[in-house]
Design a protein. Structure first.
Length: 132
């Protein structure tokens, strides 16, 4: 058997990051183990080599303890998994340009009032990547 390092595993987006972040937030907040966790909505830029290279897109994830947490699809088997990364590396890799961080109370209020998000017009404008 050949061991594969975690760094070699490829992930792709779920296409449902706002819904996924809300789902993960309910789980994290309900277990009360990470009271400092925040739901983050941000503007990112597709990296070189991506079909939409250089285009801005909105994205959503959770942060706590210096890490970013999000759902992703493992390309090797199509399974939906939780992925995490050091927040500094994530922000560089995704070329994060703008963020809004929501506390538990803000997340709860906005989710009840407006759904999973995005809640700010800035992120709504970049919700869907350009069609190719």
């Amino acid at each position: 058997m050949v061991a594969v390092s975690e760094a070699a595993v490829k992930y792709i987006g779920t296409g449902r990051c706002f819904e996924d972040a809300a789902t993960m937030a309910w789980l994290v907040f309900s277990c009360a183990k990470h009271p400092d966790a925040a739901v983050v909505h941000g503007l990112c830029v597709f990296p070189p080599g991506h079909p939409d290279e250089g285009e801005t897109f909105s994205h959503a994830w959770l942060e706590w303890d210096g890490k970013v947490w999000e759902y992703a699809i493992r390309s090797s088997d199509g399974e939906k998994v939780v992925d995490s990364a050091d927040s500094k590396i994530f922000y560089l890799a995704y070329q994060v340009r703008e963020t809004t961080k929501y506390s538990l109370s803000q997340f709860l209020r906005l989710t009840v009032e407006k759904g999973d998000g995005p809640w700010e017009e800035l992120y709504k404008r970049h919700r869907n990547p350009p069609a190719r």
